[in-house]
Design a protein around this ligand. Structure first.
Ligand SMILES: [Zn+2]
Ligand SMILES: [Zn+2]
Ligand SMILES: [Zn+2]
Length: 469
């Protein structure tokens, strides 16, 4: 039961080419007293245009270095795609990739899923996680208020025979000035270097970032699809990059799609419906208060903020990490005697039943992330690859779903497994509303042709049976 990821359903989508073009041509960056800063040569306005900027071939060549894939445009309608440069067998890992940026969902964190704030590694031990997920919480009264009592970690059978890449308690560190946790000092240092200097709240409960997170949680309850902290990290990465006069973060974020309305300028996602205007305006104001920088003012306007939301909505990849699953997979693979195997199977069956009863499917550290190569993969309703997370962190392993030949395009599904089995018209509507395109994959074309034939012989609209996979 390894967690298989799929792109998030975007919350926020739009495009307004006219405005974008105007903004790009008229924008000017406000350097902080420097006459030739990165902000001058890489204006933030370019990050709020609807389409990704055409990037130099060298950029993608560097991304693909050492991997057997290539980014190129083969079909102008679809734009760029990712192509295999060698054959892969079903089950092979086509490439692995660390996230450009990732963030755990806020409610997920609030519910006790402890994850590294840099790599999203699940930081509970498998026994701690099993105890938390498989038992009802008990409460104790402390200082006049009821608090959850820590559960005693489960003793997991054959744990000593499982070779797991899980965080060790002695390696876990916190930021020196706030209480955020990291799986080790290297992750903490990397977070400091990329974004945490700006995002550190120094444990101040009234810090604008704390207020922003509370407000976000009040409008976005589970099941969560993205986090305002993913946007905050993008801003922090841009700002810390500017501090070092580095273009890297700008260049990386330029490649992502970030449209939030249809061609007529209508917002098309329900979250951007007029009825949410007030809440989004409130979040935007808190976001500005917490993170404003006069070198990148375009990102704090209504258009800029919505473009950022669109960026994470259209490109965000769901991530799930769990130390317990690492154990379950490892223990399943052990070569045990018949009686030991029976002990294991009975234990695992009972554990999964108990987790089902007490936690349902809410059983992993969940968040969203942006990946440079994965975001180059186009959608197909019958994908030949699927993103997986097998290292108990946000490192993505793109696994071949079937044999892939050299030269084949590597496609993933932007739909959830359930949505992939919907009738064609519903798949089309979901993709159009969330990703602004009409799918023309082989499956959709075959089903469209079948529909044309059936509508010649009858007046029936699309039938479920004809549309199912
Ligand atoms: Zn980490
Ligand atoms: Zn901190
Ligand atoms: Zn399709």
């Amino acid at each position: 039961m390894l967690w298989l990821g799929f792109p998030l359903h975007s919350l926020f989508i739009s495009t307004n080419p006219t405005t974008n073009a105007q903004m790009s041509s008229t924008a000017k960056a406000n350097g902080k007293g420097k006459s030739k800063s990165v902000a001058d040569s890489m204006p933030a306005a370019e990050l709020v245009s609807a389409r990704p900027l055409p990037l130099a071939d060298e950029y993608f060549a560097t991304l693909c270095a050492g991997k057997h894939v290539q980014v190129r445009v083969e079909d102008a309608r679809k734009g760029r795609g990712l192509f295999a440069t060698q054959a892969f067998k079903k089950g092979d890992i086509v490439f692995t990739e660390a996230p450009l940026v990732c963030a755990q969902f806020l409610w997920n964190e609030a519910y006790g899923y402890k994850a590294c704030h840099q790599c999203m590694r699940s930081l509970e031990s498998p026994g701690e996680m099993a105890a938390r997920l498989a038992t009802a919480p008990t409460t104790v009264v402390a200082a006049g208020s009821a608090v959850a009592k820590p559960r005693t970690p489960f003793e997991l059978p054959f744990m000593d025979q499982c070779n797991l890449t899980i965080a060790t308690q002695q390696d876990i560190v916190t930021c020196e000035t706030c209480s955020l946790v990291f799986c080790n000092a290297a992750c903490r240092d990397a977070a400091m270097e990329s974004h945490h200097r700006i995002l550190c709240t120094r444990n101040d409960a009234d810090h604008p970032l704390q207020l922003l997170q509370s407000a976000w949680k009040s409008i976005h309850y589970p099941p969560e699809t993205t986090s305002i902290m993913l946007l905050a990290r993008i801003i922090a990465m841009l700002r810390q990059g500017l501090d070092k006069n580095s273009k890297d973060a700008f260049t990386a974020f330029q490649q992502f799609y970030r449209c939030y309305a249809d061609a007529e300028g209508h917002f098309i996602h329900k979250f951007l419906d007029k009825k949410y205007d007030k809440q989004l305006a409130f979040i935007q104001e808190l976001f500005k208060t917490a993170l404003y920088d006069d070198r990148i003012p375009e990102l704090f306007t209504t258009h800029g903020f919505r473009s950022l939301l669109a960026l994470v909505g259209m490109n965000g990849q769901g991530v799930g990490t769990t130390a317990l699953d690492m154990y379950l997979v490892a223990v399943e693979r052990l070569n045990l005697s018949e009686s030991d195997a029976k002990t294991r199977d009975q234990f695992v069956e009972k554990l999964l039943d108990d987790i089902d009863e007490h936690s349902g499917e809410f059983d992993a550290c969940e968040g969203s992330a942006l990946y440079c190569l994965q975001s180059c993969c186009n959608h197909n309703c019958q994908p030949n690859a699927v993103p997986t997370f097998t290292e108990n962190n946000a490192t993505l392993h793109m696994r071949a779903e079937r044999d892939i030949s050299a030269g084949d395009e590597i496609c993933i599904s932007y739909l959830t497994p359930e949505q992939r089995h919907m009738r064609r018209s519903r798949r089309m509507a979901t993709l159009r509303e969330n990703y602004l395109f009409m799918c023309a994959c082989a499956k959709c074309e075959v089903q469209k042709a079948e529909l044309d034939i059936s509508s010649e012989s009858s007046d029936d609209s699309e039938s479920e049976s004809a549309e199912c996979c």
